[in-house]
Design a binder for this molecule. Structure first.
Ligand SMILES: [Zn+2]
Length: 290
């Protein structure tokens, strides 16, 4: 739909995303080998699409160190450090101490991604719960927000958060549930973040769009989850932070509000939740971009 016979484009060089400013991509795996080799160009494209800031997300001790390093190298990039529940099974002695240490590194603005996952049967569930709790306790101790991954575990996560006994500062990332589930997370104090799935045509995602319309404007966030979950009309390519604009537009459409108003709101929410300094933004002009 974006390609015409007169102007063919390769899959590696997507056309520019129509800008929507300001945006924050609150969840991107910038250290992924699909993104990292061209990171300067990717971040510049993001800036030109209106993305001011990106939160780069860790999923193991090693890549948490990686995203913290990327954050220190790139203006407008911040890091979340943590262990994704599916990776916890591979954790070795010293990994948690590493996360605790990284939590105080400069430009680390959150803990995660952490959470629970019943879809991939890789990590014993008790072990997932134990690591989720470590992240939650550390978040409380350091006053950092948590980035929560949830796959087929809505009730488990609600139960574990409720047992904390006080509201949790953080985000349920790449939300895929329905309105009731969104409300349960909101009641616990969380923000809800929407990714590319919101833009997919599948009728079974109408419940997701209904949830997206119902979340209060001051609790909404957007993300790419790059390199995964590429939004329409680019589904099929690898995802990158610039494409968060497509998801934000869809979110505005679903809610029936002006896209600029939506952008300003979700960006203010992201900056408040992650305490991002407003002047620290991506650079829009890398060395020779096509
Ligand atoms: Zn992720």
């Amino acid at each position: 739909m974006t390609d015409t016979p007169q102007a063919p484009r390769s899959r590696r060089e997507p056309g520019p995303t129509p800008p929507l400013e300001p945006l924050v991509d609150t969840h991107a795996h910038l250290d992924d080998p699909r993104l990292r080799p061209q990171l300067r160009e990717i971040l510049a494209r993001a800036r030109r699409a209106g993305v001011m800031q990106v939160v780069a997300i860790g999923t193991t001790a090693a890549d948490s160190a990686d995203v913290a390093a990327l954050a220190s190298e790139h203006p407008g990039v911040f890091a979340a450090v943590g262990f994704q529940p599916n990776n916890v099974v591979e954790a070795v002695e010293g990994d948690w101490a590493r996360i605790v240490e990284l939590a105080s590194a400069p430009r680390v603005v959150a803990l995660g991604e952490t959470g629970l996952d019943r879809h991939w049967d890789r990590t014993p569930f008790d072990l997932q719960r134990d690591w989720f709790q470590r992240h939650l306790d550390l978040a409380l101790e350091r006053d950092l927000p948590v980035v929560i991954h949830c796959r087929n575990c809505e009730a488990d996560i609600v139960a574990q958060l409720a047992a904390m006994g006080s509201p949790v500062r953080g985000v349920l990332h790449s939300f895929t549930g329905d309105r009731d589930q969104a409300e349960a997370f909101l009641a616990l104090g969380l923000h809800i973040s929407f990714a590319g799935m919101l833009t997919f045509g599948n009728r079974n995602l109408d419940a997701l769009r209904e949830a997206a319309a119902a979340v209060p404007l001051d609790r909404l966030l957007v993300e790419t989850d790059s390199p995964y979950l590429t939004p329409q009309p680019l589904r099929g390519r690898g995802n990158e932070p610039a494409y968060v604009a497509w998801t934000a537009r869809k979110l505005a459409e679903v809610r029936g509000i002006d896209e600029r108003e939506l952008a300003r709101a979700v960006t203010a929410n992201a900056r408040a939740l992650f305490r991002l300094p407003e002047a620290d933004v991506l650079v829009g002009h890398p060395p020779e971009t096509p």
